[in-house]
Design a protein around this ligand. Structure first.
Ligand code: SF4
Length: 72
């Protein structure tokens, strides 16, 4: 899996960082930075949560060429 972020949507709420601090870093007044673009399957659950709870739906996970935006 691969994480895709739409930086036009990201508003720096840092929910993703709270859910998966190993994968996402959000500076105080900035936009998300993906630390691990292709997380291991161990991290799937927390990354899924981050995608689900991002208030602006800026995050999505790409799996096998398909885009899936959790929380729809
Ligand atoms: S939770 Fe969403 S809006 Fe907030 S920093 Fe992460 S990607 Fe950006």
């Amino acid at each position: 899996m691969r994480i895709v972020v739409d930086l036009d949507l990201c508003q720096g709420h840092a929910v993703c960082q709270a859910e998966a601090p190993d994968v996402f870093a959000v500076p105080k007044r900035g936009k998300v930075e993906i630390l691990i673009e292709s997380p291991s399957s161990d991290q799937r659950a927390v990354v899924d949560d981050a995608v689900t709870y991002c208030p602006t739906r800026a995050l999505s996970i790409v799996d096998d060429g398909k885009s899936e935006n959790k929380g729809e």
